[in-house]
Design a protein around this ligand. Structure first.
Ligand code: SF4
Ligand code: FES
Length: 220
């Protein structure tokens, strides 16, 4: 595969053609903040926190590093006055939804973001899509999906699928940056299939119990 040479934060970095700037930076041990990125998932480009400054043929632009491909001789800056300003506003917007999400609190400190700058719409979901995409791309279950568009867009569990698939998976809980995935699942369970998780767990335990083998007596 063709080798690409570029500069990231004053360091010469080698990457393979087809890699994104984020992948090239991570491979070189250079940190770029992310929220909607997960190494097992297709790039989504939703949060834009991974925005970086790119200089190419005399032009400077700001690009989403988890989507933007590496190219020879470009110069990438993971921090600059403008990049930091963009990240600060993005963090402030996201904090209107999830003011106490640990990753956002950390980024707010780093970029001097004010968690109260925008009016609170505490939906607790930042629509990063990690739960939806993980369930679709890794688990192939589609138990959780996006519904509606624009300002009313939200994620929701599909009760018919969640009832069967989620009780012994719940892998999306750990990758959700705000804990909303867990809350949304528990709400769905309480409203659509209360108590069924315990019933299912008991059923599996019973099946998993070692069976008693009855010796067959020889017929005389
Ligand atoms: S529930 Fe969590 S993982 Fe799913 S979209 Fe919302 S913030 Fe992201
Ligand atoms: S990590 Fe790149 S847009 Fe979210």
């Amino acid at each position: 595969m063709t080798e690409i040479v570029l500069k990231i934060d004053e360091r010469q970095v080698k990457a393979k053609a087809g890699m994104t700037l984020l992948q090239a930076a991570q491979q070189a041990g250079i940190y770029i903040p992310t929220l909607c990125h997960h190494e097992k998932l297709e790039a989504f480009g939703g949060c834009r926190l991974c925005m970086v400054e790119v200089e190419s043929r005399g032009w400077t632009s700001h690009v989403v590093s988890c989507l933007y491909p590496v190219a020879n001789d470009i110069v990438v800056r993971t921090r600059s006055e403008k990049v930091d300003k963009i990240r600060k506003v993005l963090v402030e917007e996201l904090m209107a939804h999830a003011p106490d999400a640990p990753e956002l609190v950390k980024m707010a400190e780093e970029y001097g973001a004010n968690r109260d700058r925008f009016e609170r719409e505490a939906s607790f979901c930042v629509l990063c899509g990690l739960c939806v995409r993980y369930c679709n791309e890794v688990k192939k279950k589609n138990a959780v999906s996006f519904f509606d568009n624009g300002s009313v867009r939200q994620i929701s569990f599909v009760p018919e699928v969640a009832r069967i698939e989620c009780w012994d998976c719940q892998e999306c809980f750990a990758i959700c940056p705000t804990s909303y995935a867990q809350a949304a699942y528990l709400l769905t369970e309480a409203l659509a299939f209360p108590g069924q998780r315990k019933t299912a767990a008991r059923a599996v335990k019973a099946v998993a119990k070692p069976r008693v083998v009855i010796p067959i007596m020889p017929v005389s």
